[in-house]
Structure formats: structure tokens, C-alpha cells
Write a protein that binds this ligand. Structure first.
Ligand SMILES: [Zn+2]
Length: 269
């Protein structure tokens, strides 16, 4: 368990960013736009709007070009803010050079923040676009949840366990969501799960808790689309306020403009 201190008297403040899709070279473009610039613009918005941030959680696809240069540049950039930050891998990341926040790639990381527990899970499977949480990790997860006791708990992983009503995206979901669901059915303290991967804002009730997906810091996918389609929507992130009494509140923020150069007619990547 890693203990983080909360800077706010009533609630902890967590920023959720996801799907930065950074390139090996900061100047390179992706779908016509520059993911590095868009990510930095998102972080500037985060810092301008929100004071006293307790933690930043990145739910994967840090890299579009998954190599040490990309990850090193990400880490150097994030370190300058002096805010604790954490990341789990996505399908585009390379697990052999990913900067895991967990001590072992198949172990959940438990963070303690104020009254809350935050559990980071690795849903990425080498060579696959869809995801799964290994049996080994689910075993650790039930131990971790027992450690959390009745403290309010937030989970985070890359792949969406809930269906998005979008055929091509749902083909790439968390494949063993039923196993996770069965395990969490007994864990009334779980309040929410945050994920990335779907590049859109959504919230739905899943058993006794909410599953939330968050816009990418680069390009967005069109909700409820049968086939791959980009959405003409600016990059964004999510703020989570985790109140000490177990209540919570979240809000998505977006930049004012679409990323410059975005190739809106792109048919896939
Ligand atoms: Zn992504």
C-alpha cells in the first residue's frame, strides 16, 4: 500500500487522464495532429483550473510508439508538477519498457488517499487489442479489497468492462469482465471504476457502482458508432472529488478547440 496525503479538508482531488498516444519524437503527428502538444495543453488546463490536486492517474495507451524514448519523455514531463502520478498500461503500450507504478506488472497497486482506497489494475495482454485481468491478478485483487475493508474504493484499468453500444469498440473490451463482476459483487465498498481505451466520456451503472470512461488527451471516438469513426470533440480529462464520507463527484473538462491538423476522415489507426 502506498499512502498519499490529501491536501483538501473535505475531499481528495484526483485527475484522470488517458490515451495520450505519445510518439517517440515529440514533433511527430498521429492522425494528423500532434499528441504531445494536445497532452501538454490538457495538463495546462488541469493546472490552471484545479488547485490542490492529490494524484493524477493515467489509464493507459501512454504511447502510440511504445519505446523507451516515449516513456522517458513522459516521465520527465510529469515529474515537473510535483504531484504524485500513476499509470497502468494499455494495448498500445509495451510491457517490457512500460514505467509500471505497480511493483510487479501482474499485481494491483493499492493507493491510500484520505479515506479512500484506489486500486490500479493491469488489463493489457501482450499482442492483443482487447484486455483481460489475469487470474493471478484477480486473486491479488480479492486480497487487496479485503485490506480496503469498508473504506470507499476506486478502481482503474485501461479496458472498458461495460459495453459501449459501439460494435468495433466493444469487440476490444475487457474480455473477462464477468470474472471481475463476480468478484466485485461482494465488494459493496467499491464506488466507481475509471477506464480509458474508448476515447469518449461515458458513465453507466454496473452493479452497485459506476463505470466511467474519459476522453483521450488526443483524438476522440464517435459514441455508438458501428465502425471506427472519429468524433469532432476536443481533448479532455476527468476530475474526481472523493469525499471523506464516501460520497464522490466527477466532471469531465475539455479544451476549447479541436487539435490542430486532426484528420477527421481517418478510417482507423
Ligand atoms: Zn487509446
Amino acid at each position: 500500500m502506498l499512502k498519499l496525503s490529501s491536501h483538501n479538508p473535505q475531499h481528495a482531488c484526483v485527475i484522470h487522464i488517458t490515451d495520450t498516444h505519445l510518439m517517440a519524437n515529440a514533433e511527430s503527428r498521429f492522425v494528423g495532429m500532434n499528441p504531445e502538444q494536445s497532452f501538454h495543453a490538457v495538463m495546462q488546463d488541469v493546472l490552471a483550473r484545479h488547485r490542490k490536486i492529490d494524484a493524477i492517474i493515467h489509464t493507459g495507451d501512454l504511447a502510440q510508439e511504445a519505446c523507451p524514448e516515449t516513456y522517458t519523455r513522459y516521465l520527465n514531463y510529469m515529474q515537473r508538477f510535483a504531484i504524485p502520478f500513476f499509470q497502468v498500461p494499455g494495448n498500445h503500450d509495451a510491457q517490457d519498457c512500460f514505467p509500471f507504478s505497480q511493483t510487479a506488472p501482474q499485481q494491483p497497486l493499492l493507493l491510500e488517499l484520505g479515506q479512500w482506497c484506489i486500486v490500479l489494475l493491469n488489463s493489457a495482454v501482450a499482442g492483443r487489442i482487447d484486455g483481460s485481468i489475469s487470474a493471478e491478478q484477480l486473486g491479488h485483487l480479492s486480497e487487496v479489497l479485503a485490506q480496503c475493508g469498508n473504506r470507499p474504493t476506486l478502481l482503474a484499468c485501461h479496458h472498458h468492462p461495460m459495453l459501449m453500444q459501439s460494435a468495433w469498440i466493444d469487440a476490444h473490451c475487457l474480455k473477462n469482465a464477468a470474472d471481475l463482476r463476480a468478484l466485485l459483487a461482494q465488494s459493496a465498498q467499491v464506488k466507481a471504476l475509471i477506464c480509458g481505451h474508448v476515447h469518449q466520456d461515458s458513465a453507466q451503472q454496473w452493479q452497485h457502482f459506476q463505470c466511467l470512461s474519459t476522453p483521450s488527451t488526443c483524438v476522440q471516438f464517435k459514441p455508438r458508432s458501428e465502425q471506427f469513426a472519429l468524433d469532432a470533440c476536443p481533448a479532455g480529462y476527468r476530475l474526481l472529488e472523493l469525499h471523506h464520507d464516501g460520497q464522490w463527484h466527477s466532471q469531465v473538462y475539455r479544451l476549447n478547440a479541436l487539435p490542430e491538423g486532426l484528420a477527421q476522415q481517418q478510417r482507423g489507426y
